[in-house]
Design a protein around this ligand. Structure first.
Ligand code: CA
Length: 220
């Protein structure tokens, strides 16, 4: 999952980016509102973390511009403004949730998972596809009831494929899920991780659509 964090306090954005990494989240950070809007135009993100007090363009203005553009990305406001009026303004401007600074990383992680579930139209963390069961919160994966141990990147790829089981995801689409701006993307890395995934899950469970990308085999 790839997240954008618009935050002008580098200490906070760095610690959040690092703190979310073990959970399989790749977090890009920008430190002003205008740069944030541009990043959202140029990249596909699964969720936006948004500070309100920002240089150049205030967080609420970013949010309004985003919603006016018709973007439905889930938005979680992280702000020191704990006044009720500010929270209400944020929610009215199209935010999905908010957290007041200072916040606990575990609570942030739980709220992110909850928003992503809601976005995907699920009430719980479990995704089932045929014999495969994936828990988006605990990262537990089972095939025919037996636990399978996946690396963080293998998990991210499987999660992305399971979120849209009828769709073929291209290699660049899968790369976007795996890597942020600061990561170096080696050639063939998606293929390498898919190869490992197939070995662990059973080769027939993930289909390679030649020249297009990868998709889950039908659940039947
Ligand atoms: Ca700020």
């Amino acid at each position: 999952m790839r997240l954008l964090f618009i935050e002008d306090d580098a200490m906070i954005s760095d610690s959040v980016a690092k703190g979310l990494q073990p959970d399989g989240f790749s977090v890009d950070t920008v430190d002003d509102g205008a740069a944030g809007l541009l990043a959202l135009k140029n990249h596909r993100y699964d969720l936006l973390l948004l500070d309100l007090g920002l240089p150049r363009m205030d967080g609420l203005a970013v949010l309004s511009a985003l919603r006016q553009r018709g973007e439905k990305i889930p938005v979680l406001i992280l702000t020191a403004r704990d006044a009720v009026a500010d929270r209400v303004k944020g929610l009215n401007a199209g935010a999905d949730d908010y957290l007041v600074k200072p916040f606990d990383l575990q609570e942030l992680t739980a709220r992110i998972h909850a928003l992503l579930r809601r976005q995907a139209g699920r009430a719980d963390a479990l995704i089932r596809h045929g014999a495969i069961e994936l828990n988006a919160t605990t990262h537990a994966v089972r095939v025919d009831g037996a636990a399978v141990s996946l690396s963080a990147r293998e998990f991210t790829l499987l999660h992305a494929l399971l979120e849209r089981p009828g769709a073929v995801l291209s290699v660049p689409q899968l790369e976007e899920k795996l890597y942020g701006w600061h990561d170096e993307v080696g050639s063939n890395t998606v293929e390498v991780h898919i190869h490992a995934l197939r070995k662990k899950l059973g080769a027939a469970r993930i289909k390679n659509v030649r020249g297009v990308g990868y998709m889950m085999a039908s659940a039947a």
